[in-house]
Design a protein around this ligand. Structure first.
Ligand code: C5P
Length: 238
């Protein structure tokens, strides 16, 4: 276990403590909680914290190996990740390759419709996460024009890398959410987590959901689905 100092943040699915061992490092502990704001669901699903930590660590290392900077430093088998400090930007960056979820509920598009090129959505991390445009982001001083450009480029690049990695594992990356933050020098890098908790993945052949939709709709076991994502990814690429 990493030794933790005082609490920095306590969220629904993670806690962040100062590291007791290293200055300028944080310990993220992934909790076994599953939530869906839209479907008003909140549950403890044993083992999913460790799964999210392990998959997220795997994907962060993979992104790093492809030249994308993330806050990841190290992880352990206890569902803890050691990360660099970041000033988090209050955005949820969402990339979509196929139509599912809110875009189908809110716009005239059919479930499964492919987006080529992919589309991006920037939501504000506030209340029920309202969608923003560049004017809103600038008006609320969430990010500068230059930063919005960097975030958009980063999102397309991360999406392209992850889509091809999942494709090799027989999975379609339908959509996913990630978060970004600023380093002290102002560089924007990937933070938070990238895991099946914030993505839709469909089996490439059957189009079956292997993701959090089984929790949202009560159609399957979340732990089993995360386990399948993990074994498909890691068997293919380790
Ligand atoms: O809800 P919506 O369909 O817009 O979500 C798009 C993608 O972003 C999904 O993969 C969902 O899991 C993820 N997401 C998330 N956290 C949010 C909103 C969306 O992980 N607060």
């Amino acid at each position: 276990m990493y030794q933790t100092g005082r609490l920095h943040t306590c969220g629904k699915s993670k806690t962040i403590h100062y590291s007791a061992e290293k200055d300028n490092q944080f310990v993220v502990s992934f909790l076994d909680s599953a939530t869906s704001y839209t479907y008003k669901k909140n549950a403890l699903v044993q083992g999913t914290g460790k799964q999210r930590c392990s998959i997220s660590s795997f994907l962060f290392k993979l992104l790093e190996s492809r030249g994308i900077r993330t806050h990841y430093i190290d992880n352990n088998e206890h569902g803890q990740m050691l990360v660099e400090p970041l000033e988090m930007i209050k955005l949820e960056v969402i990339a979509r390759n196929y139509a599912a979820g809110s875009i189908v509920r809110n716009y005239p598009v059919q479930h499964g419709h492919p987006f080529n090129p992919p589309i991006l959505k920037l939501d504000m991390k506030f209340g029920n996460d309202p969608m923003l445009n560049s004017d809103y982001i600038l008006a609320f001083k969430i990010a500068t024009e230059k930063e919005i450009k960097v975030i958009r480029e980063l999102a397309f690049e991360v999406n392209s890398i992850l889509s091809s990695v999942f494709k090799e594992s027989g999975l379609l990356l339908v959509d996913f959410k990630f978060e970004v933050g600023r380093l002290e020098n102002g560089d924007i890098i990937v933070g938070d987590e990238i895991s099946p908790d914030g993505m839709r993945l469909w089996d490439s052949e059957t189009l079956e959901s292997i993701d959090k939709d089984v929790f949202r709709f009560g159609t399957g076991d979340l732990f089993e689905k995360y386990q399948e994502v993990s074994s498909r990814l890691m068997e293919e690429l380790v």
